[in-house]
Design a protein around this ligand. Structure first.
Ligand code: ZN
Length: 143
């Protein structure tokens, strides 16, 4: 089987408070609300960003820290289980005051100025991540 079928659960619509770390907040929010599988999206603005870029040969992330106010053009991701807890995997695109864009893997340390998010719970079999030797990433367990 190449995919699993899930059903739609609860839909959460909320804000991430000022100064909060996006990834940390969404992990905690998911855990507090019993969400183990979900779809995440947000728009808003950040005070500081930390973006990741996965270096495939080295099998490690390099990070880019941007210590300035930026718009969140788009940020989408998913929730699944890693190490027994809800884990957010998201990518984010940001823009500066000249419209230049930065984008990458959402790392810990992205600090919110204002942020509106939706989190769609999906219901079904557990979706867990495991270490994948070929890529070095934590990927969804093979179905
Ligand atoms: Zn990623």
């Amino acid at each position: 089987m190449l995919a699993r079928e899930y059903t739609i659960g609860r839909l959460f619509v909320s804000r991430i408070p000022y100064d909060q770390d996006i990834a940390e907040y969404v992990r905690t929010f998911s855990e507090d609300n019993g969400i183990s599988v979900g779809l995440f999206s947000e728009i808003g603005a950040v005070k500081k960003a930390v973006l990741g870029y996965y270096k495939q040969e080295a099998k490690e992330y390099s990070t880019l820290t941007i210590d300035e106010a930026l718009e969140i053009v788009s940020c989408t991701g998913n929730i699944s289980i890693r190490d027994g807890k809800p884990f957010l995997h998201a990518h984010i695109a940001l823009s500066d005051d000249a419209g230049h864009t930065y984008a990458g893997h959402l790392m810990d340390g992205v600090q919110v100025f204002a942020c509106e998010f939706t989190l769609q719970e999906i219901i079904g079999a557990p979706l867990t991540r495991e270490s994948d030797a070929q890529t070095g990433l934590w990927l969804w367990k093979t179905f």
